[in-house]
Write a protein that binds this ligand. Sequence first.
Ligand SMILES: [Fe+2]
Length: 246
Amino acid sequence: MSNDAPETGAFFARDREWHPKPLTPGYKTSVLRSPQKALLSFDNTISEITGPTFGHSMLGELDNDLIHNFARNGESAIGERIVVHGRLLDERGRGVAGALLEFWQANAGGRYRHKRDGYLAPLDPNFGGCGRTVTDERGFYAFRTVRPGPYPWPNGPNEWRPAHIHFSVFGHGFAQRLITQMYFEGDPLIARCPIVRTINDPAAICQLTAALDMNATVPMDALAYKFDIVLRGRRSTLFENRLEGN
Ligand SMILES: [Fe+2]
């Protein structure tokens, strides 16, 4: 919801307390996902270092419009229409250009279009649930979607994920992919979520929580939420793939 001031100075030590420990049994899946042995380090291959290269030319016209990118002609996804926007930033608060952002989410009822999602909420025939965009020269991105619904998951007898959107950020090499989740300001399920509760610092949770941004709303059309992603530094966004040893 708020970012601390950008880093200054020449060296930015990583705050090892910022990300939770990989093994946090309250989040059941972390027991199997967390490394049980010392990590091995491999050199990157040439293709990992030199690719991929992204450009706006690879994007389809509706790739950043989840309301329409899966919908039949003249129809649109059901749900609360929103714009999600923000900037991809480095540790000094500078925008990062040309990064591929991919996002995926449940529909307005909390159901993913995935064969292993058996939640009883119905699929929306006009909603696919994924999209992508590339940050502009100042690091800005934006996309349209519907607000995802919360959904239950089998972590315990009655656990619910807060409304959230998954993000993947590609840098300029395949080895630079980062994954995170965005939550919505004011959602009472955030504080109850076992995944969120693995995070010790309330400021880190706040940073994953998009603020309602009335300035970016489209009157009579869509509300807007602002979500900045910080790649590095002491106030880096929490990236969940780092919990698996990255
Ligand atoms: Fe999810």
